[in-house]
Design a protein around this ligand. Structure first.
Ligand code: C5P
Length: 401
């Protein structure tokens, strides 16, 4: 299993006083799950929103709140920041952003922020009027220029029933960005295109031939690639949340996916074909809705072009081509045959009949096969962990050239 780059890292999680402070608990839980050693710091105002006990119970060590009479160390204003590998402030209020911009070190969190050389990820959350106020805009721009990673708030429901920009980014997005900041940037400058989801082939104006692919594994590969510094395009049939920093091209049918992928193959270096492309499609799609009263229709099918095999046939020497093989029998033999026939550099074989594996699940178990390397088996793991193993193999293939 491939560990998160956050594993073993000392991460300070600063929580400031906004209603979104309750979401810091979810961020904390995810950091701990990723294997990080989490040092929580709360401001006085944060403690009006969530209890220090909750954070202490979930973190790797008790919450720190005090600059003075700190039970952990006599010099907390420098010790915490100096020991950190990463600092995340979530939520970051307008006041805490202003203080950080000015170096106004009035509390433990602000002291930690200016006594560190570790990267800082700032996750603002506030009402729209505050987020758009020129002072906040200016402070955020200055911090960004200094290299602080700003996780933009989302548009959505805010406290008090308002709706607008300012809602704390999703904890999953914050974790993705944290991993990106501390992880290896071994795909910097590399262009990666990933296809994801199942295609839908029209029968008539309302009906389609579809399949059970959720697109989750493809999205996980795109998320991991962007975390490693790649420029990523996702050619997708599904409406999952767009991973931060990824450009999505929405398609529906195999024909649309073929056009998008063949165009992308021209200016991308790594091509990952994770989509479940229909093998057959109706020869004619009726322009209107086929009427039930007209009797059972006869739908004549034709084979769709094999997108991956087509790209494989015209493969450049610098391309890395990755395919998937979803099988229910003879997993390795069938996958090897596809690896050769489609001229792939890597095939991700999964037995979709096993439990917890393949379509719609959040977990997967796969075998990675390459033309001249030993098969790598990944036991049941999250799709993100599988994605990490796939990207590790892609990096390995590029480095070996
Ligand atoms: O031959 P099979 O469909 O099992 O091959 C699976 C691999 O080929 C996947 O990577 C899938 O995205 C790709 N494929 C394709 N075009 C098709 C069928 C499959 O690119 N028409």
């Amino acid at each position: 299993m491939s560990a998160s780059p956050l594993a073993g890292k000392r991460v300070v999680l600063g929580v400031t006083g906004g209603i979104a402070a309750y979401k810091a608990i979810e961020i904390l839980r995810r950091l701990v799950d990723a294997g990080a050693h989490v040092v929580p710091i709360m401001t006085d105002a944060a403690q009006h929103f969530v209890g220090a006990t909750t954070l202490s119970a979930l973190a790797s060590e008790p919450v720190q709140t005090k600059l003075w009479n700190n039970p952990t160390t006599a010099i907390p204003h420098t010790k915490v920041g100096q020991g950190a590998d990463l600092i995340i402030v979530a939520p970051a209020t307008a006041k805490s952003i202003a203080a950080y911009r000015m170096g106004y070190s009035h509390d433990l969190l602000q002291n930690t922020l200016i006594a560190t050389r570790a990267p800082v990820v700032l996750c603002p959350a506030m009402h729209t009027e505050m987020w758009e106020h020129p002072s906040v805009v200016d402070n955020v721009a200055t911090l960004r220029k200094r290299g602080v990673q700003i996780v933009e708030p989302e548009y959505g429901r805010l406290a008090g029933g308002d709706t607008g920009a300012g809602r704390l980014a999703d904890p999953a997005t914050i974790l993705d960005i944290a991993e990106r900041v501390v992880g290896p940037a071994d795909l910097t400058g590399v262009r990666v295109v990933v296809s994801a989801g199942g295609t839908r082939e029209p029968i008539d104006a309302v009906r389609v031939i579809a399949n059970r692919s959720s697109g989750k594994q493809g999205y996980a590969v795109a998320t991991e690639a962007v975390a490693r510094g790649a420029e990523v395009t996702l050619v997708s049939t599904v409406g999952l949340p767009t991973p931060a920093g990824v450009q999505v091209i929405a398609v529906e049918s195999a024909a649309e996916m073929q056009e998008a992928m063949e165009r992308a193959a021209i200016n991308h270096d790594v091509i990952v074909m994770a989509a479940a492309v229909a093998d057959f499609r109706p020869v004619h799609a009726a322009s209107g809705k086929i009427k039930k009263g007209d009797g059972v229709p006869e739908i004549v099918l034709q084979q769709t072009p094999d997108i991956l095999a087509g790209i494989g046939a015209r493969k450049r020497n610098d391309h890395v081509l990755v395919g998937f093989a979803a099988e229910t029998a003879n997993l390795v033999d069938n996958a090897k045959e596809k690896l050769e026939r489609k001229r792939l550099d890597l095939i991700v074989a999964n037995d979709v009949s096993a439990s917890g594996v393949g379509f719609a699940h959040d977990t997967n178990a796969v075998t990675l096969l390459r033309p001249d390397a030993k098969p790598v088996e990944i036991d049941l793991a999250t799709k993100r962990e599988v994605a990490r193993a796939i990207i590790n193999a892609v990096v390995d293939i590029r480095n070996a050239r």
